[in-house]
Design a protein around this ligand. Structure first.
Ligand code: NAP
Length: 243
């Protein structure tokens, strides 16, 4: 059976990606989340309505030992199954001017995105290389391209993921494993729930925030066979806000 592993798949963009990969590509889903088990269980039920399997994997992507152990245990109980798609989606913000940013706010934001990318990608990449097929999609941000005041930690984390995407793509292209990044602007989710959409949308050419499904459609294309000749790219999805 073919699986797609989505980190932070229980809510927001990650949830929409899980549903889309199940609906469009008929993949079974390995849904990682951190703490909200109720949300993960509800998402699992929605995914399984598409007739695929959804396994929940609870771990903190930045915790090396937890990631290794959860994925190794899953692999041991699924010896015939393959993880063909990895979406490194888990990410958090701890915003504030850099001058007021403390070590905890710096480290947790960096660790969730960058260490998370390292930990989870390391855990699945060898198998993808062996089977000479894989899709890795990293959820980054407009902040990682442009830099955003009040988000020096988050901009640094997403910027690091963008560079890692480009470098890793060049290392493994020959093995038919592609690595791309998706860089959303303002998308409606719990992360942006307190944002002033009416004020901010004036700066967005299409005059609105994006929907999680719009991001998931892009991820679904990158996760499919149709994207075989695209690797090392960062694709903006921001309503024209920045390119
Ligand atoms: P969200 O609604 O806050 O959902 C975050 C998801 O990540 C949840 O499933 C959460 O699980 C999980 N998560 C958080 N920390 C984790 C950890 N340490 N280990 C494992 N899972 C963890 O966020 P979102 O808006 O969907 O954002 C998803 C991604 O898109 C992030 O990387 C974010 O930076 C990026 N992004 C979002 C926007 C936007 O406008 N929303 C824009 C640009 C980029 P629990 O519920 O269990 O904690």
């Amino acid at each position: 059976m073919k699986y797609a592993l989505i980190t932070g798949g229980s809510r927001g963009i990650g949830k929409a990606v899980c549903l889309k990969l199940a609906a469009d590509l008929n993949y079974n889903i390995l849904l990682n989340y951190h703490s909200n088990t109720e949300a993960a269980e509800l998402t699992k039920q929605e995914i399984e309505k598409y007739g695929v399997q959804c396994d929940l994997l609870k771990f903190n992507v930045s915790d090396d030992a937890a990631v290794q152990s959860a994925i190794a245990t899953w692999k041991a109980s699924h010896p015939e199954d393959k993880i063909e798609i990895l979406v490194n989606n888990a990410g958090i913000t701890k915003d504030g001017l850099f001058i007021w940013t403390n070590t905890e706010a710096w480290d947790t934001v960096m660790d969730t995105s960058v260490r998370g990318f390292y930990n989870v990608t390391q855990a699945v990449l060898k198998d993808m290389l062996r089977s000479r097929y894989g899709r890795i999609i990293n959820m980054v941000s407009l902040s990682g391209l442009k830099g955003n005041p009040g988000q020096v930690n988050y901009s640094a984390a997403k910027g690091a993921m963008i560079s890692a995407t480009k470098a890793l793509a060049q290392e493994i292209g020959k093995r038919k494993v592609t690595v791309n990044a998706v860089a959303p602007g303002f998308i409606k989710s719990d992360m942006t729930i307190d944002f002033d959409e009416d004020g901010l949308k004036k700066h967005i050419p299409v005059n609105r925030f994006g929907d999680v499904d719009e991001v998931a459609d892009l991820v679904s294309f990158l996760a499919s066979d149709k994207s075989s000749y695209i690797t090392g790219e960062v694709i903006n999805i921001n309503g024209g806000l920045y390119s």
